[in-house]
Design a binder for this molecule. Sequence first.
Ligand code: FAD
Length: 509
Amino acid sequence: ILTMASAVHWFRKGLRLHDNPALLDAVQNPTTTYVLPVFCLDPIFLRPETVGVNRMNFLLECLQDLDQQLRKLHSRLFVLRGNPLEQLPVFFRKYHTRLLTFEFDTEPYAKQRDTQVRRLCAELGIEVRTRATHTLYDPEDIRRELGDRPTPLTYKSFYAFVTERLGQPMSALDAPAPASGFQTPDVDLDTYTVPSLSELEAYQGLEVETPFRGGETEALRRMENFLRERADEVRSFAKPATSPTAWPVASTTQLSPYFKFGCLSPRLFVERVRSLRPLQQPPVSLIGQIWWREFFTYVAYVTPHFHQMQGNPICRQIPWREAADDARYRAWEEARTGYPWIDACMVQLRQEGWLHHLARHAVACFLTRGDLWVSWERGRETFDRLLVDADYSLNNANWLWLSSSAFFHQYYRVYSPISFPQKYDPNGEYVRHFLPVLKEMPSKYIYTPWLAPVVVQKKAKCIIGEDYPHPIVDHAVVMRENMRRMREALDAGAPQRVPKRPRRDANEA
Ligand code: FAD
């Protein structure tokens, strides 16, 4: 066995068998006998302070699902543990690898890692083949078409350019990797197994609270259920009309964790949605949401230092509060701002690892330009740790947007932590669920409990200042101050144009 040549398919994202042409390349390669599907648990990601327990558990479930599906095809997943630059060459030598396939990745860490792996493969005489299947289009195709033109920095111009130049995206592959030809040797049966969470030392004792179960099987099941049971909503889907307080049944698909890890192919999703003949168009339609992902992934790919202010050519330089004012950030992160709507969202984020888009808007606006004037980079870090769907490109892009640092210019449009949720949920059922301390607060005061007379607070068994905090800032006051600061920052030389008349864009309310 060990003398026959093998092809290794390296899973990173793209944790699926369907619509996975790089995997198929490995399976169908005529000059190699065996296929070895590999995942490498890189210690850089095994840190609860950067990858929260909900997401780590989700990833392990994805790997378990992949392993089970591969076993049905008489194969399996080989999980290597350690730095891929050290682990892969050992594995390649052991199994006489001649071909390495993987899905192309646009993120900075991945780009650097993959360059090194390619170099290593060149030294070992291993051919490398990659496919760009995390997005609808290959980002390199878009870059080539753009040539010397500047990167389109609005959704509209990006969408128009890509559809005009590249037409419809390629169709998803019909069949999963075929069972025949999927030969994997029966070796090392007790090693390279998928670990359980308790085997990961750093995560021991941490509690998994998210309702999201990882894996391709679950992703396909959720997608098909949504398309079948909510077909009318899919057809008429208009993002600004969906509700951020809908719970436990969300008003959007909740497929983001599955797209993040590539358990679900965006091309397959778009085809399945299209078959229902949607009535709306991008940007507000459901397919239009996948285009936000496409747009932000591309801009993140070609923009240096996209994840920070410094050295990021599209980011406005805004003088956010210094780190010395950590107390504000902590209060926000720990759901202690005294604004029930904001705190309830932060509890949902911590417990479930997911928030509706407009809830993300509300808490991001509150932390940055709306109320607390804390840098978007800090909020991004919190989201990065706590979201199950945390994605380098989408997370940074949306934080840039919400803080008016890039893409979005209407800094004078601020979400009220009081009247905004009231529109969707006048009785505050969402708040009552995630902040049980306010369960008995009358609806009149559910978003402003500090205004409730003491007798009302007593009756509701929630004394403000004791059982639940006073508001950390006065929204009406700080909002004005912050607008002035933003105006000054723009006048002082932030380069972007500010349009005269407010325009509504579908990425916000
Ligand atoms: P649906 O409305 O059902 O949309 C389907 C898919 O389209 C989503 O799963 C997602 O892949 C994509 N999509 C939808 N909206 C956006 C958007 N604005 N930008 C990019 N892609 C979008 N999304 C992430 O997947 N990962 C993140 O780390 C992330 N961070 C965010 C941070 C902030 C501050 C904000 C405001 C938004 C962030 N989003 C992020 C975007 C968006 O909120 C989520 O993708 C969406 O809420 C996920 O729910 P859904 O799957 O039900 O979305």
